[in-house]
Design a protein around this ligand. Structure first.
Ligand code: HEC
Ligand code: HEC
Ligand code: HEC
Ligand code: HEC
Ligand code: HEC
Length: 217
C-alpha cells in the first residue's frame, strides 16, 4: 500500500486509519459542498432589498439595458445602477410606495442599495463585458430572457466548459451589434446565422481565445 501516513502510524490499528480517512474525506466534501457559494449554481435567484422587476422595467416599459447597466459596452463590469438612476422616475412615480422605502433612504443618506449579486466568477478568472457586447453577443446568450424575469435568476452555469463551448464556435451566437440588448432577437433562419456569423468573424477579425491566461491572468 502507498505511504499515506508517517511511520508511527503503522502502530495505529487499521480500522482507526480507515476511520481517519473517512472523516477527512467527509470534512473536505462538506467544505466543498456546503462552503461553495450559491451563486455558482444555476437557478440561483436571491431575494433583493427592493422587489425590482426586469419584466416590468426592461420588458413592459422597454427601458434599454444600457440605461441602467451603462458599463456593459464600455468596461469589464456591467455595473448596477445608482439610486439616482431610479430616482429620475421614482421621485414622481410611485413616490410613496412602501416597496421603494429602501430607495428613498439610500437617496437621502447617499449609501448605495445593497443589491445581492447573482452572477460572480471565482477570483481566479477574468471576464470583460465590453469585448463581448461589441463583438455582437446578446445579453440573453449568457443571462437568458432577463426582460421576462420578475426576479433575476441565474440561467447558465458560467463554468469554464460553458465559456469554452462558445469560444470554440462563436459564429453560432453572433448577431448585429445594434441588437445586443434586444433579447427577443432571433436569426431569421439557421442559414442566416451561419453566414452572418462567419462573415462577422472574418470581417471583424473576431478571435475568442482558448489559451489559459486569456481568462486566468
Ligand atoms: C431600470 C433599471 C434597469 C434596467 C432597464 C435593466 N436593469 Fe438589470 N438590474 C437592475 C438592478 C437594480 C439590478 C440589481 C437587482 C437585481 O438583481 O434585480 C439589476 C441586475 C441585473 C442582473 C443581475 C446582476 C447580478 O447580480 O449578477 C442582470 C444579469 C441584469 N440586470 C441584466 C439586465 C438586462 C439584460 C437588461 C436589459 C434587457 C437589464 N438588466 C435592464 C436595473 C436595471
Ligand atoms: C424610466 C422610468 C423608471 C426608472 C428609471 C425606474 N423605474 Fe421603477 N417603475 C417605473 C414605472 C412606470 C413603474 C410602474 C408604476 C405603476 O405601476 O403605476 C415602476 C414601478 C416600480 C416598482 C413597483 C412599485 C410598486 O409599489 O408597485 C418598483 C419596486 C420599482 N419600480 C423599482 C425601481 C428601481 C429600484 C429602479 C432603479 C434601479 C427603478 N424602478 C427605475 C418607472 C421607472
Ligand atoms: C458572454 C457572456 C455575457 C454576456 C454576453 C453578458 N454578460 Fe453580464 N455577466 C457575465 C458574467 C460571466 C458575469 C459575472 C462577472 C464577474 O463575476 O466578473 C456577468 C455579470 C453581470 C452583471 C453583474 C454586475 C457586473 O458588472 O458584474 C450585470 C448587471 C450584467 N452581467 C448585465 C449584463 C447585460 C445588461 C448584458 C447585455 C448588454 C450582459 N450582462 C451580457 C456574462 C455575460
Ligand atoms: C456566447 C459566446 C461567448 C461566451 C458564452 C463567452 N464568450 Fe468570451 N468571447 C466571445 C467572443 C466572440 C470573443 C472575441 C471577441 C472579439 O474578438 O472581438 C470573446 C473574448 C473573450 C476574452 C478576450 C478578451 C480580451 O481582452 O482579449 C475573454 C478574456 C473572454 N472572452 C472570457 C470569457 C469568459 C471567462 C467566459 C465565461 C464566463 C466567456 N468569455 C464566455 C464569446 C463568448
Ligand atoms: C474562456 C475562458 C477560459 C479559458 C480560456 C480557460 N479557463 Fe479555466 N476557468 C474559466 C472559468 C470561468 C473558471 C471558473 C469556473 C467555475 O469555477 O465554475 C475556470 C476554472 C479553472 C480552474 C479551476 C477549476 C475548478 O473547478 O474550480 C482551473 C484549474 C482552470 N480553469 C484551468 C485552466 C487551464 C489550464 C486552461 C488552459 C488550458 C484554462 N483554464 C482556460 C475560464 C477559462
Amino acid at each position: 500500500m502507498a505511504q499515506i501516513f508517517p511511520k508511527w502510524a503503522d502502530k495505529v490499528p487499521k480500522k482507526i486509519q480507515l476511520g481517519i480517512i473517512v472523516l477527512v474525506t467527509g470534512i473536505v466534501f462538506g467544505f466543498w459542498y456546503f462552503g461553495s457559494p450559491d451563486y455558482l449554481e444555476v437557478g440561483y435567484a436571491p431575494e433583493q432589498p427592493i422587489p425590482f422587476s426586469h419584466d416590468l422595467h426592461a420588458g413592459q416599459l422597454d427601458i434599454d439595458c444600457r440605461y441602467c447597466h451603462g458599463g456593459v459596452e464600455l468596461s469589464a463590469a456591467a455595473s448596477v445602477p445608482s439610486s439616482q438612476t431610479c430616482m429620475t422616475c421614482h421621485e414622481a412615480i410611485e413616490a410613496d410606495s412602501p416597496d421603494l422605502a429602501p430607495l428613498r433612504e439610500s437617496w437621502e443618506s447617499g449609501d448605495p442599495i445593497e443589491w445581492v449579486r447573482v452572477h460572480k466568477l471565482p477570483e481566479h478568472s477574468y471576464f470583460d463585458h465590453s469585448i463581448h457586447i461589441n463583438a455582437g453577443i446578446g445579453c440573453d446568450s449568457c443571462h437568458g430572457r432577463v426582460d421576462r424575469m420578475e426576479r433575476v435568476i441565474k440561467k447558465e452555469s458560467m463554468s469554464m466548459s460553458w465559456c469554452l463551448d462558445c469560444h470554440n464556435n462563436p459564429e453560432e451566437q453572433l448577431r448585429p451589434v445594434e441588437e445586443v440588448t434586444n433579447l427577443a432577437w432571433e436569426p431569421p433562419d439557421e442559414e442566416y446565422q451561419q453566414e452572418f456569423g462567419e462573415m462577422m468573424v472574418s470581417k471583424r477579425n473576431i478571435v475568442a481565445p482558448v489559451y489559459c491566461n486569456a481568462c486566468h491572468r
